[in-house]
Design a protein around this ligand. Sequence first.
Ligand code: PLP
Length: 225
Amino acid sequence: MITAIRQNVATILSELPEGVELVAAAKTRTPEEILEAVEAGVKIIGENYVQEAVRAYEVVGRKAKWHFIGTLQRHNVRRKTVEAFDMIETVDSLTIALEIDKRCGQVNKVMPVLIEINSGREEQKSGVFPENSERLVREISTLQNIKVMGLMTMGPRFGNPADSMPYFVETKRVFERIKRLNLPNVEMKYLSMGMTNSYKIAIEEGANIVRIGSKIFGERDYGSL
Ligand SMILES: *Cc1c(COP(=O)(O)O)cnc(C)c1O
């Protein structure tokens, strides 16, 4: 049976240029919906909540890779978190990085991470300000059990997609600048930008990971997440 989820995934995958990876942003979706997206060709699931991820993991398991894309607090960086996820996209402070490093040390794992950039410089939003990002990357690069592999940014979720452009341009600029530093233990490979309303613009501005929820699964029941 061709369901909406299958159709949506097929459409998106056929549109994405070579080298751009799709992360299915799965918050509020059931494990069955997530499994369906995986069976349609999604290779990476993005989870905002550890609890939801654990439930989905029981059904989907290793049929996909798991990226953490939510807000990280020290208390939810547990052993289980670092065991379950293949990448954490939302590291924005040394405090969080130290906690990930400690937990990964306990399970003998090196965690690939992206640094979340607060490209709009909004105080209430997560992410490190662009001007502070180089220092954070340098600090994190000294940790044994973490490897910085690029940057992530949100940009505004609603409104005219074109309004996202300056945020993406700014993040790409920071990405290139840090890349040119050739820091040891840092591999600037991934730039995760763009959601349902903005991923096409994000790709034009250099994203090679896009995180898409509604366009795969339909509108969420509530709009605040
Ligand atoms: C929900 C979410 C997305 C996807 O949003 P859509 O507008 O549903 O595509 C992408 N990234 C993050 C971090 C999210 O929380």
